[in-house]
Ligand binder design. Structure first.
Ligand code: SF4
Ligand code: SF4
Length: 379
């Protein structure tokens, strides 16, 4: 990893905690988010700080299992575990929590989470095409806007919201430009490097700083700064990772792929390209947010044609050799959708696909390695 950027990222992460503490002391609200469907623009427009709270570490899962069933998605258990162990500064900072009715596990977990913080759950429609879905979601976002206005004592005018949309569009464009560096063959960034940069920058409250860091990283990567010292880029097999979100701590599959001599060059999940959108800046801002966020192609939607289209595009844009479809244990929606992904990738596109189901623990690392090695040999 490029040393200078690593130092800047580390410094920014440490400063970020101090900045949020000071902002809270000065009266700014912090809103904790659990899902891509809730627009962070509404928090930014009210001068609040939005923070992502999805758990990506195995450590707090044992504590969560004292309250939640063991046979539950590790992302949900990790998120809840951070709350009960009080070990996540971002959860501690959050004045209120916003969740969405995405999957059954998450929405029931929010009921228990409300014992620790005020939790507001947005009722998300599960079909994007029905005529009533968009008006319903728009109404939910208006309810969310009221919650934030009450929390922050700040009226969210259309002008404030449009400015927040512009800012977040610039953040998303910078993220997309960074991810797009890997359209080049060979890929300038390893999947683990890309993930680390996106993950750490994602927590920064200062969005202008986040944009600048991502632009620097994209430029450095395009100039070969992330290649092994003195080494020439080699053409390694190019893997698209699709499925559940991953982050630092839940990235074992990305690392095993690299250790086996291939690269995850692109992430389709909501840690990656699912976030690569822009919100329309020319229409009523609440309608623009409702329209755009409702189209998020997550498996909690039925049907979820948007994910098929996104994968098709990414197969071409990133010159993909193989697809790994990752499901967290007990995630029924991604697990069932794996059948359709396999059909699309293998039968329609003639590209080999591997479906993996695992959790955050290290216990199956060697089993995964055997399966991934065998799969990569076939490519
Ligand atoms: S995978 Fe779907 S439900 Fe889970 S955080 Fe991402 S968008 Fe939300
Ligand atoms: S990975 Fe699946 S089960 Fe876990 S929170 Fe996301 S949609 Fe729910």
């Amino acid at each position: 990893m490029n040393e200078n950027l690593l130092i800047s990222l580390q410094h920014a992460a440490e400063q970020n905690i101090e900045d949020i503490e000071q902002a809270k002391a000065a009266g700014r609200s912090v809103i904790g988010f659990y899902c891509l469907y809730s627009p962070t623009e509404l928090a930014i427009a009210a001068n609040a700080i939005p923070l992502s709270l999805c758990g990506t570490k195995n450590d707090p899962i044992g504590a969560a299992e004292q309250f939640l069933p063991r046979n539950l998605c590790p992302l949900i258990k990790s998120s809840f575990g951070f709350a009960v162990t009080d070990t996540c500064p971002f959860f501690r900072f959050s004045d209120i929590i916003v969740g969405d009715t995405t999957c059954d596990g998450k929405k029931k977990m929010f009921e228990l989470l409300s014992r620790y913080k005020p939790v507001h759950v947005l009722q998300l429609p599960h079909n994007q095409d029905l005529g009533q879905a968009l008006p319903f979601w728009l109404e939910e976002l208006h309810r969310f806007k009221g919650i934030i206005e009450r929390q922050t004592s700040c009226f969210i005018s259309d002008d404030r919201l449009t400015s927040a949309i512009r800012l977040m569009n610039r953040v998303r464009l910078a993220r997309t430009a960074l991810m797009d560096v890997n359209r080049a063959v060979p890929a300038p960034l390893r999947g683990s490097q890309l993930l680390e940069i996106l993950f750490k920058i994602g927590f920064l409250a200062d969005k202008e700083q986040a944009i600048a860091l991502m632009q620097d990283a994209a430029e450095a990567a395009a100039n070969g700064a992330f290649l092994p010292a003195g080494g020439k880029p080699s053409r390694r097999r190019r893997i698209l990772l699709t499925g559940v979100p991953v982050g630092i701590g839940s990235d074992k599959v990305v690392r095993i792929v690299e250790q086996c001599g291939a690269d995850v060059v692109a992430l389709e999940n909501c840690s990656g390209y699912k976030k690569a959108f822009t919100v329309d800046e020319t229409i009523d801002p609440m309608t623009a947010l409702a329209r755009q966020y409702l189209t998020t192609p997550c498996s909690v939607m039925s049907p979820n044609q948007g994910r098929m289209e996104l994968i098709q595009r990414m197969l071409d844009d990133f010159s993909i050799d193989g697809v790994i479809d990752l499901t967290w244990q007990a995630c029924h929606t991604y697990n069932i959708e794996a059948f359709l992904i396999n059909e699309l990738v293998q039968k329609e596109r003639g590209i080999s696909a591997l479906h993996l189901e695992t959790d955050y623990a290290a216990s199956d690392t060697e089993q995964l390695r055997v399966r991934i090695e065998a799969y990569l040999e076939m490519l």
